[in-house]
Unconditional design. Structure first.
Length: 200
């Protein structure tokens, strides 16, 4: 027989037995609850992800401490308890927080000289700042009157891969077609004379 240590317990495994030990509480299956607090549209928002397989839950004291660190206005503890009980997996608004906008990402938009390409560079948000999303980037471009030719796939790649601090293409234009000046085409003889009658 040999001994193996699992989760601070000693169990015996019989090498000669065909029965193998199955660990139903592996570190991959057990997940502690998590939460995040961030700014969104003028509000402090809370997103709670509940634990799985007897993982550690989120506690009101943890959330309360994070709110203080971020400088969010005071919230009654009962409101936090209500969120823990009912808002698991959802994003809920806690309290108005205009100052949180300063923590958000910085989006720099550059238009090429020929107005055919738009580049976007994003500085990541500080802790508690609004997350970088495709809709946020599209909103920032709309503020610069850029609403057509947007490369959604490029924006999705930026958000998904967190490609910060680099200029990436975000929109493309179509070069104008230079048309030839219009000309008049006659289907008759424009020279005076026959068959025209001289009226002089």
């Amino acid at each position: 027989m040999r001994f193996r240590r699992v989760f601070r317990k000693i169990i015996v495994v019989d090498d000669s037995s065909p029965l193998k030990y199955h660990n139903t509480m592996s570190s991959q299956e057990r997940q502690d609850g998590t939460f995040s607090i961030f700014y969104k549209d003028g509000w402090a928002c809370l997103h709670i992800i509940p634990p799985e397989n007897e993982g550690r839950p989120c506690y009101a004291e943890d959330i309360e401490g994070k709110l203080k660190i971020l400088g969010v206005p005071h919230i009654r503890k009962q409101q936090i308890f209500n969120c823990l009980e009912k808002a698991a997996g959802k994003v809920v608004r806690l309290i108005e927080w205009p100052a949180g906008e300063l923590l958000g990402p910085k989006v720099e938009i550059t238009v090429s000289e020929d107005f055919l390409e738009v580049l976007v560079s994003v500085q990541p948000p500080r802790p508690g700042g609004e997350p970088v999303t495709v809709s946020l980037l599209a909103k920032r471009m709309a503020e610069q009157n850029i609403v057509t030719g947007i490369d959604s796939e490029s924006l999705q790649d930026l958000v998904r891969n967190k490609w910060y601090r680099r200029a990436l293409p975000a929109a493309h234009g179509t070069a104008p077609v230079h048309q030839k000046q219009a000309e008049v085409e006659y289907f008759f003889d424009t020279e005076r004379g026959k068959p025209f009658k001289n009226l002089d």
